[in-house]
Design a binder for this molecule. Structure first.
Ligand code: SAM
Ligand code: MG
Length: 329
């Protein structure tokens, strides 16, 4: 699956001095692309419209327990970074009972799951030189699913043979994931922890593959978050990230249609300004020493109700990247 987007982004990176960068603050809905010529540093402004990180509490309150909304509190020094955005997390806390209701608010994730698992399996098998046709093609790989929710993605990865760690900032989600995983001897091996990527970096944990699907649009600062994901990747490792494009089409479909017309998701689930374009995601990953090797779109067929991989990244998209200088594909 040759990626036009990735090649385009590499060209953009090479010519970054001439690249007009779009940020939420300078590119509102329906607005015109900024004509200002910006160097790469304005990427930082992506996070400026986001609410500030959750306040750091004192260490007694914080130590790996849950806060008032069930949000993880992890011991940190005053100046350490936090990916937590309490307003975003509150949205997931309100629907945490519904993770495994395939007709509930997470229906789109359930429907997308076979397609995204297939993308992940094929990318990881190629990268780690494993046979995708075996019963357990991910055997032996240590994979972390950051922002795992109720474990919709973690479980099939465990069935494909990976050692899976699933983490989420919400204790409620981790409890749901643990209970659901217990029903099957394979998935009961998944290590579920209520924590954050940045805390696991401080704990010096490393994984062959770091996955974070549909999470980056809900964190406080995408650049810091991606740096933490990168820091969790073992030498020679890889990452997969999916999110929604900050396009007018995504505004019409992923927000207006999905949240207000079809009621697939609770209204207010997504903020358009927090979406990233594929080009922005590539740049953010490059800054964290990750080179994007493949990118694909997910498209929905309203007649069949199925999602499939496509070259169309205008709404939902997924990127596979390898840590630079740490082994090539
Ligand atoms: C849209 S759900 C995606 C769930 C899962 N990745 C999937 O695709 O099936 C986003 C999840 O990210 C979690 N989350 C949001 N911010 C987080 C953070 N900073 N660290 C860890 N988890 C976070 C939420 O609690 C929620 O479970
Ligand atoms: Mg989302």
């Amino acid at each position: 699956m040759a990626s036009v987007s990735v090649r385009l982004c590499r060209d953009l990176l090479r010519n970054s001095a001439r690249f007009s960068f779009k940020s939420p603050s300078c590119f509102p809905v329906g607005g015109a692309v900024s004509s200002a010529v910006l160097p790469l540093t304005p990427l930082r402004c992506l996070s400026e419209s986001a609410p500030p990180p959750a306040p750091i509490r004192n260490s007694d309150e914080m130590k790996a327990g849950s806060g008032s909304a069930g949000v993880v509190r992890v011991a940190t020094s005053d100046n350490s970074r936090s990916s937590l955005n309490e307003a975003e997390l509150a949205k997931f806390a309100a629907i945490s009972e519904t993770w495994w209701d395939s007709k509930g608010p997470f229906k789109p994730l359930h429907l997308m799951n076979p397609t995204r698992v297939s993308f992940i399996r094929s990318m990881l098998c190629r990268h780690f030189r494993k046979d995708p046709c075996t019963k357990r093609p991910l055997e032996g790989l240590k994979i972390i699913d950051v922002g795992c929710g109720g474990g919709i993605l973690s479980e099939p990865l465990a069935r494909l043979g990976a050692y899976v760690t699933g983490i989420d900032a919400l204790e409620k989600n981790i409890n749901v994931a643990r209970v659901h995983a217990r029903f099957d001897s394979v998935t009961s091996s998944i290590e579920y922890i209520c924590t954050t990527a940045e805390q696991l970096v401080r704990d010096k944990r490393k994984f062959d593959a770091v996955l974070s699907l549909e999470v980056i649009e809900h964190v406080s600062d995408p650049l810091d978050f991606v740096q933490s994901l990168s820091d969790l990747i073992a030498p020679g490792g890889a990452t997969v990230i999916s999110t929604i494009n900050r396009s007018i089409r995504a505004y019409a479909t992923a927000i207006v249609a999905a949240e207000y017309l079809l009621n697939w998701l609770p209204s207010g689930t997504h903020e358009w300004s927090k979406f990233l374009t594929p080009e922005e995601l590539v740049l953010i990953l490059e800054r964290a020493s990750i080179s994007v090797k493949e990118m694909a779109g997910f498209v929905y067929d309203p007649l069949s109700g199925d999602w499939s991989l496509s070259n169309d990244t205008s709404v939902n998209f997924i990127a596979f990247g390898a840590k630079e200088n740490a082994g090539a594909i």
